[in-house]
Structure formats: C-alpha cells, structure tokens
Design a protein. Structure first.
Length: 181
C-alpha cells in the first residue's frame, strides 16, 4: 500500500462490536479513516470469538469501514500470561493481554502501511486509560499510538446505545477464562 494514500488511515484494535461502535464514528469525525482490526486471542473459546466477530462485522457494515480479523489462536494468549493465571482482574495478567494485542496491532499496521494505531479497549469504564496509553506508546515502534479517551463526552453510553440499536451480541465478561471468576 502507498503510504501517502494511508496518511489519514488508523488501525483501531477492536475488542468487540459493542466497544468499537462509537470510537469508529469519533475517529471519522476527527478526520481519520478507521480500519478495524479484530485481534483477540484472549477469548476463552472459539464460540465466544465467533459471536464477538459476528457483532464486529455488523458494526463495521453499519459504519462502512474495512474489517481485518485475525485468526483465533488462544495459545498465543496463554503463553503470554503463563504464571499470571491467578492475578486479579486489572492486574498483571490484563496488562500482558493488552500488551499482546497492541503489539499485534502495531505489527499488522506496519504490514498494511498504516502508521497510526489506537484501541477501543479504553472506552470501557473498567480499563485504565493512562495505563493503556503508556503500553500503546511503549510498543509503538514504527507506528504512532493515538491516545483517545473514548469514554469522554458520554462515549460509553453512546457506544452502548448503538450496540442496542443494532441488536448485537453483548458479552458479560472481558473475554478470558480467568475473567469469568
């Protein structure tokens, strides 16, 4: 891909359809051309992965944006968090999970010739914006991590409203088997 043609493109890591709905529209309003990257090896089952991917497809069709979906490979996640299985939610295991997904996003962006990345993870009231921003900046070799707090201006309410309007699958846990506890 031509880098000039990709100047306004941003690869947004999407954890699920619910969380990406509002960020996609906000990115567009900010002058970006979002490309959605569904990369979630943390999801505990192939069935859960497929449900969330289907919801993501609906959101992407609604917004008319491209979607790139990584193959399901839970083993990648399990290797990254080995020894951290008993960590509490929002602890070291979650940090490593986020780091893994953002690294994969940066690598995919480089392959696509896109020089900006971000993540929909930060829209969740359960996620720490500053911590994710630091991780994004730390892993962003060769790409720029764009830190946008999608929670601001009622972003979480807006994204939930859209997901309800679209009737998409709404999960009740973060994704890994350890977060179900």
């Amino acid at each position: 891909m031509n880098t000039e043609q990709n100047a306004n493109k941003i690869l947004i890591h999407a954890c699920c359809g619910i969380c990406s709905g509002y960020p996609i529209s906000l990115l567009r309003d900010m002058g970006y051309e979002p490309v959605v990257y569904f990369c979630n090896p943390n999801l505990d089952t192939k069935e859960e992965f497929e449900k969330r991917l289907e919801a993501q497809k609906i959101v992407c069709m609604y917004h008319w944006v491209d979607l790139i979906a990584e193959e399901y490979n839970h083993e990648d996640f399990l290797k990254e968090v080995k020894g951290l299985e008993n960590e509490p939610e929002r602890g070291k295991r979650c940090d490593e999970c986020i780091k893994l997904r953002l690294k994969m996003t940066a690598e995919k962006a480089k392959k696509l010739g896109i020089n900006k990345i971000t993540t929909s993870l930060v829209i969740s009231p359960h996620k720490n914006f500053e911590k994710i921003t630091k991780t994004g900046n730390d892993i962003a070799e060769g790409v720029e991590y764009i830190a946008i707090d999608f929670k601001k201006k009622d972003g979480f309410l807006k994204t939930n409203k859209l997901s309800k309007e679209l009737g998409i699958y709404r999960q009740n846990y973060c994704g890994c088997e350890f977060s179900k506890r």
